[in-house]
Design a protein around this ligand. Structure first.
Ligand code: SF4
Ligand code: SF4
Length: 757
């Protein structure tokens, strides 16, 4: 990237060159002197020759390169061609604001085969939000005139495309339409430059406004048949190749400033003053010298150059940690995820939910693993392999949250134990992290940290490390925060302390642990036959055919269902619930073995709900607590089997919705359904349809074998599900993936009907 002119005729307030942390432009010559152009061209030629490069891309940049004028630009282009083309193919490009583009310049670019990209942020309101002259006047008309010139047939060969910096306050539909109206060969969408020190604007309550905004634009683009190449969406797809902003490919851009300095990528100017500097220049240093600079070298390391959070991220191959500059935070430098992490995670899910652009067969859906998973679940139950994929995905999300909690001031000592266990006893660690209420705890901690800035929720890392160490038989000692006089060890139990304290020292020893709080000490033996220690409330489990379930009535984060959970059950009540669950398991395997197998593969815990005489039979799932269902402790195994099958549908679909958008984001519509008096949002209807599909299958199975009332139940649920499916499909509130999913559910429903005779 050659900075041939270091000033600009616009005064955009989002410009990283002039408006952000780095201000080195102030000490640089206004235009690159001819001797510097020559030295730069020779350095590039030298590198191409020594490494026998097939092609070199040179981008004329600024400031505003058109301020050099036609004569100045011609001199630069001639110099570059003369020095470089004897050794390699020279791909010449330019990035401009377009204001000064005229016929003469267009002819020059066509003659010298320069591909011109124009910065343009969309419709007038969007463009003029930032891209204005120093006096505040609009640049919209001038830029549109430049784009019209480039569109002319005689100049079209030099029209490279549009670079659009997004602003979530703009209307995405209007921006999309304004960009398309200029018929660009390609569109580059940029996130506004930001860092953890200077975070991006987040208007509104939503946590991922950039993903939502781009998701909307992505939907339009897919619906329109992808009429233009949009690099961001193409690069983000699995195997999309990435860009400087995404993916794990080595960074391959260097900048030559107007004074001949070698610099790292330009966007670093947003981090801090001098961030892009290397101390090298074209007069004394080759490209190979600059490539050895630590700041450049670290960006050649792919995964190894990323922070721990990104390395553990399920989408790291596609995201690559985001743009390097966006990771900056004073103190930890660039060893962070992108400040846009949450948006990137969600945007990648959105992009992944759509079929690839180049169909492998008659339809773009063929051979896509996304579609395999959705199609398999749309049968009603999903195979054990699909359940494993959902569980793996949830586990990966918990790991990312765990690392985020470490970054938010979590215990370093506990983190070291967790990291060690990850190496030596990964199964023990996974057993803890897959406990359904770990994710709600981590989320609660992160949300409270974000709100108060100091993390009012207890740091989860020490308790998780102690629980995992106990499972693995690893001896260690950690300071564990105490919540309301209790230490909670997920999957194992909770200890009520004798003496109130803010934290306690917990020593993990083989088969036991010892807790010191204040002046008291308590020891808990974990062997099942050991006498129960005072204050220790072990998590009880239930043996069901082919599996063991935790009966979770202690973990405080089980209270995530929007319904009152039962306090710890008396032993007799716990045993009674255990017997009902075991019998319900047998009933499920009798009625709907495929659904039962899906439960075998994923259900880990059952939470008793508090009894309510007005509604004695209730059940619930929570999106954050995959692997658990909550039920009222009823005694009828036939009814319990229906509740479990019903709720497990919600759990599976929740995990799917974590990963794929099946409903268009931002839908305010409501749909009438036969099973509720009030109109429901599309996602609620989708959940209802999916649960009722399974319940229909249960009753149809029972109708075949015995129960007199089963046929009536089956008919009612079938009608409800069918009506729900049709209402959803008619609502136009589903994404393309959602329509396909619901279409498959409709198909499964037809099969169910035929199968039941
Ligand atoms: S046109 Fe480009 S270089 Fe000029 S002020 Fe705007 S963003 Fe900065
Ligand atoms: S953790 Fe965030 S920034 Fe890092 S790779 Fe994953 S989505 Fe990207």
């Amino acid at each position: 990237m050659l900075k041939v002119h270091s000033r600009c005729d616009l005064s955009c307030d989002h410009c990283y060159v002039y408006q952000h942390a780095d201000q080195t432009w102030r000490g640089r010559p206004v235009r690159m002197p001819p001797a510097t152009v020559r030295a730069a061209a020779q350095r590039i030629a030298e590198h191409a020759r020594e490494h026998e490069l097939p092609v070199v891309h040179v981008v004329l940049h600024g400031g505003e390169p058109l301020l050099l004028g036609a004569v100045g630009l011609r001199e630069v282009l001639v110099e570059l061609r003369a020095a470089i083309t004897p050794w390699t193919r020279l791909d010449l490009r330019m990035q401009t604001n377009g204001v000064l583009l005229d016929e003469e310049l267009c002819r020059l670019f066509v003659d010298h085969e320069v591909h011109v990209g124009v910065s343009f942020d969309g419709d007038r309101a969007a463009n003029d939000r930032h891209r204005v002259f120093a006096h505040g006047g609009s640049s919209h008309e001038q830029v549109r005139r430049a784009l019209a010139l480039l569109r002319q047939p005689e100049h079209r060969a030099s029209y490279a495309g549009i670079l659009c910096t997004i602003d979530v306050r703009n209307d995405p539909d209007r921006v999309y339409e304004a960009l398309l109206a200029e018929s660009p060969p390609r569109v580059d969408l940029l996130l506004p430059h930001a860092t953890w020190d200077d975070p991006p604007l987040r208007p509104g309550p939503g946590p991922t406004p950039y993903a939502d905004w781009l998701g909307r634009l992505h939907r339009r683009w897919v619906d329109d048949g992808r009429p233009v190449s949009i690099r961001l969406f193409e690069a983000l797809r699995p195997g999309g190749g990435g860009t400087e902003a995404f993916g794990l490919a080595p960074a391959d851009v260097l900048v030559i400033e107007a004074d001949g300095s070698w610099e790292q990528v330009d966007s670093l100017k947003t981090a801090y003053h001098g961030a892009a500097g290397t101390g090298f220049d074209v007069f004394g240093h080759s490209v190979d010298d600059v490539a050895r600079h630590p700041g450049v070298a670290v960006r050649q390391e792919g995964m190894a150059g990323l922070c721990a959070t990104c390395r553990a991220c399920p989408v790291v191959d596609q995201c690559g940690g985001g743009l390097y500059a966006h990771r900056w935070r004073t103190g930890s430098g660039f060893d962070n995820p992108s400040v846009y992490c949450a948006d990137l995670l969600r945007l990648i899910d959105t992009v992944n939910a759509y079929p690839p652009p180049a169909p492998a067969g008659p339809s773009g859906w063929v051979d896509s693993p996304v579609d395999d998973l959705l199609d398999d679940l749309a049968t009603g139950h999903g195979s054990p392999q699909t359940l494993t994929r959902l569980a793996d995905d949830q586990f990966a999300r918990v790991r990312v949250l765990l690392t985020a909690c470490r970054d938010e001031g979590g215990s370093g000592a506990a983190w070291e134990v967790l990291a060690h266990l990850d190496q030596v006893a990964p199964e023990a660690l996974r057993a803890i992290l897959e406990h359904p209420f770990v994710r709600p705890w981590l989320v609660h901690r992160l949300v409270s940290s974000a709100r108060s800035g100091e993390g009012e929720a207890a740091d989860p890392l020490p308790a998780l490390a102690v629980a995992a160490a106990l499972r693995a038989g690893l001896s260690t000692t950690l300071e564990v925060p105490v919540r309301a006089g209790v230490i909670m060890l997920p999957t194992l139990g909770s200890l009520v302390l004798i003496e109130s304290a803010e934290s306690a020292e917990v020593a993990v020893l083989p088969g036991r642990f010892r807790v010191r709080a204040g002046s008291t000490e308590q020891t808990v033996l974990l062997e099942p036959t050991a006498p129960s220690a005072a204050g220790w409330r072990p998590t009880r489990d239930v043996s069901v055919p082919g599996a063991r379930l935790l009966l979770e009535d202690c973990d405080p984060y089980r209270d995530c269902y929007g319904q009152r959970v039962a306090p710890r059950l008396e032993t007799s009540a716990a045993q009674a619930l255990g017997r009902t669950l075991a019998e319900a398991w047998r009933v499920m395997h009798r009625d709907v073995p495929a659904h039962a197998a899906a439960l075998d593969g994923g259900l880990r815990a059952v939470v008793p709900l508090a009894p309510d005489p007005a509604r004695p039979l209730r059940s619930a799932t929570a999106r954050q607590a995959f692997g658990a269902v909550a039920v009222t402790p009823a005694s009828d195994p036939e009814a319990m089997a229906v509740l479990l099958v019903h709720e497990w549908q919600h759990a599976k679909l929740g995990a799917v919705l974590d990963r794929y958008d099946l409903v268009e984001p931002g839908q305010g519509s409501r749909i009438r359904v036969p099973w509720r008096p009030d109109p429901r949002p599309p996602e609620g209807v989708l959940q209802g349809v999916y649960a009722h599909l399974a319940v229909t299958q249960v009753w149809q199975s029972r109708a075949v074998t015995d129960r007199a009332d089963a046929s009536a139940h089956a008919a009612r649920y079938l009608a409800w599900t069918r009506d729900g499916v049709e209402a959803l499909l008619a609502s136009r509130s589903l994404t393309e993936a959602g329509e396909r999913f619901v279409g498959q559910v409709r198909h499964a429903l037809e099969e169910t009907r035929v199968g039941s005779g």
